[in-house]
Design a protein around this ligand. Sequence first.
Ligand code: TPP
Ligand code: MG
Length: 187
Amino acid sequence: MAKKSKFSKEQYMKWYESMLLMRKFEEKLSQLYIQRKFGGFLHLYIGQEAVVAGSVSATKPEDKLITAYRCHAHPIGRGTDIKRIMAEMYGKTTGLSKGKGGSMHMFDIEKHVYGGHGIVGGQIPLGTGLAFADKYKGDDYVTLCSMGDGAVRQGALHEAFNLAATWKIPVIYIIENNKYAMGTSVE
Ligand SMILES: Cc1ncc(C[n+]2csc(CCOP(=O)(O)OP(=O)(O)O)c2C)c(N)n1
Ligand SMILES: [Mg+2]
């Protein structure tokens, strides 16, 4: 007999809908990029959608999200209008970052999404600082600071982890090991 899940059917449907929207949106981005409709970089989150869908449902809407350059799914998971994400891809002023960032720099402060960072590991001390601010102000929030496996060799990671542990900063570091540091295989 199948083991009964502790999650409701509605919850599973929410996760599925969220992941499907992320997937379809990025498949469209991929087509548009090949057609050279917009410039810059395009790093897709295809295959990793469950990480955002799951962590968003496990946190409060005010808890902060910060990540590297694979950042289209994070605002989608928080319910940002995908038109604003698309506008950002096209460099329009109606885009999430006023068209100044593009694919790697999606920010939606109202939804507590703090980017979108192109410097590998750059978001680690920044995310630690966001979480420190909450602790300093006495707010009961947590920051989810995501990074790729390729970011763990950054010196700033060790400094940030050390401070987070010493000062008991409310931050959760999520390391998404997709077996590649972008193009370089772990093997
Ligand atoms: C400080 C810094 N060094 C090098 C690069 C070039 N670079 C871009 S992506 C990347 C690999 C990152 O791998 P990972 O963190 O695993 O992310 P993934 O692309 O696998 O999601 C590197 C070295 C960079 N952007 N920033
Ligand atoms: Mg990686």
